[in-house]
Ligand binder design. Structure first.
Ligand code: IFM
Length: 404
């Protein structure tokens, strides 16, 4: 087997606007943090003002791509007002990526909405879809000559589960009927947004998708084993497969964006199941208590082959309390990627989550995913040890000897 990754392989890292930029006070997350007394994102990593230097950090690691998101609430601070200065800002951001030879991957919705949108009923109301489409259309028109890869929604199932079933994220709902309405509206928004980007690009190349978070569900090893396995199967069908199956059947997806982090043990409770309360002490967990399971990445890459679409791993990473765990996590997952490519899976790129430590939603700033650590008092960035290992892999376009 070839030692090298394919010559056009994209080595990247991912960030999102709300988690890094700071000052996103027009977003519904800012209101939710205040209402719930959660840690607030505030200035986050101050990336809004430091983006050029942050992109240089990616370049220093010999990366050739970066995944970022655009904050809808900045561009549309109110229902019918575009802030041209923010558009100019994002054009500068994307130019800065291109000048450094970093292929921009742009996410348009990464969990946050403008406050006015949420106050008008958000994704629960089909009449609100047009507001999102205006944003999509404007960004696609303005970035058409600079961007090829678009992700309309980041992890729609996570957004739905956290915001409308579990109620731990905005808008804090716990309702199955509302969730169903939201899925319907988001899918309909996706369909029209996909078409809109295609229209705007006309003959020009565009690749449009979502990023899909996949969880490796396994039956809990306590209690009713067969029922637990059944619940793991059902949750996998619903959480992992349903949306991609739908988009692929309608032929409105140009690549698969896979976000993979972990395994979850599932126990049966009617109707579907839930995360198993019992802890498996033989398997390593990271600082978020997530089971580390690199084999799951290989498993999903094989399964995604059936769509016949190029695959980008748009997120994979870990948060740790001990530095020593980052490097094995990275290496074990990259081995899975290389082995999948050798088995004929069309993987075109890998984006480590994240370039910088950042704001981990309801968990605040304590969970540290970054290739670069961030000191939140001084805002100083420092490379974690494993970042140079990742940089060498990106530069050589291969894993170190003995790691294949
Ligand atoms: O930080 C998040 C990101 O916003 C979406 N994917 C998972 C990451 C880690 O939890």
């Amino acid at each position: 087997m070839a030692k090298k990754f394919p010559s056009s392989f994209l080595w990247g890292a991912a960030i999102s606007s709300y988690q890094t930029e700071g000052g996103n006070s027009n977003s519904d997350w800012a209101v939710f943090e205040a209402d719930r007394g959660l840690e607030t994102a505030n200035r986050a990593c101050d990336h809004y003002f430091r983006f050029e230097k942050d992109f240089l950090l990616a370049k220093k690691l010999d990366l050739n791509s970066l995944r970022i998101s655009i904050e809808w609430a900045r561009v549309f601070p109110s229902f019918n007002k575009v802030d041209e200065r923010e558009i100019a800002h994002y054009l500068k951001v994307v130019d800065s990526l291109s000048e450094l030879g970093l292929e921009p991957f742009i996410t348009l919705h990464h969990f946050t909405n403008p406050i006015w949108f949420s106050q008008n009923g958000g994704w629960l109301k089909s009449k609100n879809i047009d507001c999102f489409l205006k944003f999509v259309s404007r960004m696609a028109s303005d970035l058409k000559s600079k961007v090829r890869y678009w992700m309309i929604f980041n992890e729609p199932m996570v957004y739905l589960f956290k915001g409308y079933l579990e109620g731990a994220w905005p808008p804090g709902e716990k309702s199955l009927t509302k969730s169903l309405r939201v899925v319907k509206n988001m899918l309909s928004a996706y369909k029209t947004a996909y078409q809109e980007i295609k229209n705007v690009y006309d003959q020009q190349q565009s690749y449009v998708s979502i990023t899909k978070h996949m969880l490796y569900f396994q039956g809990c090893e306590r209690g009713h084993l067969w029922l637990n396995r059944f619940s793991a199967f059902l949750r996998g069908k619903l959480f992992n497969d349903s949306i991609l199956d739908y988009l692929a059947s309608k032929k409105i997806i140009d690549f698969i964006g896979l976000n993979y982090y972990r395994k979850e043990y599932s126990e049966f409770v009617p109707l579907l199941g839930r995360e198993c309360g019992h802890q498996n002490h033989c398997q390593r967990r990271n600082s978020l208590n997530w089971y580390v399971y690199p084999e799951g990445l290989g498993f999903f890459l094989d399964r995604l082959k059936k769509y016949g679409l190029p695959i980008f791993i748009t997120e994979n990473g870990t948060a740790e309390n001990e530095e020593e765990y980052y490097q094995p996590f990275l290496m074990d997952h990259l081995k899975e990627v290389k082995n999948a490519i050798d088995r004929g899976v069309d993987v075109r790129g890998y984006f480590y989550w994240s370039l910088l430590d950042n704001f981990e939603w309801d968990k605040g700033f304590n969970q540290r995913f970054g290739l670069y650590s961030v000191n939140y008092d001084t805002l100083e960035r420092n490379p974690r040890q494993f970042s140079s290992v990742y940089g060498k892999i990106a530069k050589d376009n291969m894993l170190p000897d003995g790691d294949c």
